[in-house]
Design a protein around this ligand. Structure first.
Ligand code: AMP
Ligand code: GLY
Length: 448
């Protein structure tokens, strides 16, 4: 028997805990702060653990020793959780504070890639809104404007169609950030987006299946970017040849760059890239697994994940093989929307503004696979909503059609006041007519 601590929350954290208990019969996972609605006796919530205070984890570990700690939440990582826990003698998986900066500062992530030969779009970094605007006007291409630091709902990037829109984005960030204004302005790329994942240990890494993330808030890939409304894995462009290209162009130089810069990085990296005619180009670096990609990628993994974590800590990850099944999975995020769209005074709901949390959620027991995000038990023991993305329902199948149908069949079993979701996750990947074929790629995957 062994015990580990996972410091995370949301659907990703649940998916990591599930991977551990599903692939290792001997592990108990303490999950902090975790979620008290998960009904697995080997996943034990630790609500006293707070992302903004590693001391809370140290206090827990004093009374409950574990074999290792995995930190998966970017707020915790960028506050130096890994550094603090290691300094107290714990075995920890996750990037140290300086390495987590690759996500916490978009400028830092871009500079790192650029210096180590990982392809990125043309970009500039600005602290003066005037200079940012004149740069935008001088570009022969349309731009994406990104505020440098972390944002609450993943809406820190504005993908623009015109120069005017890009200038307006600069204005918005200048208004919101005042003296702390700092933006990256980069070339807007066209192509197919892909979420790439690897588990890193020392100089070695293990590539995980890639995925499609549906980041836009509304159907038809419209509305603003948010943390994500659903995912599909594997990515339709996945092939041995693409994996080799991704390794050679992105992951190999990325991991070499970590060593050269002396960055202390272990655990997952999530790289968002655009597949362009000139090859894959990195548009975002994240120092943790994607959420909601974790919910469709990790259930496909059948290797003993606790054993993989031991290889991350002790070395030898390169000798491990990742065993995955060949099912397609589709996840749909159920979010806390507006309670009454006809009432002009009702809160708009996530991700458009404030939302009325505390809504009772029913039907969870009828869902086959779901990963819980912002869901807690109230004083009476009833599961209630406590944030924007409430849970992620996952369907599996032998093709995109079956996975999508299974996901939406389960969506219909859950209900709560103000429940909102996208209706079109994976729809562009399902071929018309009967019988499922591998989708052709062009135009199928959102590129905005
Ligand atoms: P980020 O905030 O960097 O994670 O970007 C959020 C989303 O904005 C990405 O998933 C893309 O959909 C889009 N995006 C970011 N950068 C670019 C780019 N250079 N070209 C096109 N789309 C982009
Ligand atoms: N899938 C979006 C994110 O994890 O940021």
């Amino acid at each position: 028997m062994t015990a580990v601590l996972v410091v995370d929350g949301t659907g990703r954290g649940h998916a990591i805990c599930d991977l551990m208990t599903r692939t290792n019969p001997a592990v108990t996972v303490y999950y902090g702060p975790g979620c008290d609605v998960i009904g697995d006796e080997r996943v034990v919530p630790v609500p006293s653990i707070a992302f903004d205070d590693p001391g809370t984890a140290l206090a827990f570990l004093r009374t409950t020793p574990v074999e290792f700690v995995l930190v998966g939440n970017i707020d915790a990582l960028s506050r130096g959780y890994v550094d603090v826990l290691r300094a107290h003698g714990h075995q920890v998986i996750g990037p140290a504070r300086a390495a987590a900066e690759l996500e916490a500062s978009k400028e830092r992530g871009k500079l790192f890639c650029d210096r180590h030969g990982v392809p990125v779009p043309a970009y500039g970094v600005f602290t003066d809104p005037q200079e940012a605007r004149s740069h935008i006007r001088s570009r022969p291409y349309t731009c994406v404007v990104k505020t440098d630091g972390l944002t609450v709902d993943g809406d820190g990037s504005i993908v623009c169609e015109t120069t005017g829109e890009a200038e307006a984005a600069v204005e918005r960030f200048a208004r919101e950030h005042g003296d702390d204004f700092r933006v990256v302005v980069e070339e807007r790329l066209r192509g197919t987006e892909i979420s790439i994942f690897a588990l890193i240990g020392g100089d070695e890494y293990l590539m995980f299946p890639s995925a499609v993330d549906f980041k836009r808030a509304l159907d038809g890939d419209s509305g603003k970017n948010c943390d994500g409304m659903g995912s599909v894995a594997p990515h339709p462009a996945d092939s041995p040849a693409l994996r080799e290209r991704v390794r050679a162009a992105i992951l190999d130089p990325f991991v070499r760059g970590l060593r050269r810069d002396g960055l202390d990085y272990s655990g997952f990296v999530y790289i968002g890239a655009m597949l362009t005619d000139a090859g894959p180009v990195v548009i975002e670096v994240n120092a943790r697994f994607g959420d909601s990609e974790a919910e469709v990628v990790l259930p496909s993994v059948h290797s003993d994940f606790v054993a993989l974590c031991r290889s991350v800590l002790a070395g030898g990850l390169g000798r491990q093989r990742l065993i995955t099944d060949d099912l397609v999975r589709c996840s749909v995020a159920l979010t806390q929307g507006c309670l009454d769209p006809l009432d002009p005074d009702a809160l708009p709901g996530w991700p458009f503004g404030a939302f009325a949390q505390g809504q009772p959620v029913s039907g969870l027991e009828d869902v086959d696979v779901a990963f819980y995000a912002n869901l807690r038990r109230d004083a009476a023991g009833v599961p209630v909503t406590c944030g924007g993305r409430v849970l992620h329902v996952v369907g599996a199948g032998h093709g995109y059609r079956e996975a999508r149908e299974n996901a939406y069949r389960q969506v219909r079993r859950v209900s709560f006041p103000g429940m909102r979701h996208r209706d079109d996750i994976a729809i562009g990947l399902v071929p018309s007519g009967t019988g499922e074929k591998a989708p052709t790629l062009a135009g199928n995957v959102p590129s905005r």
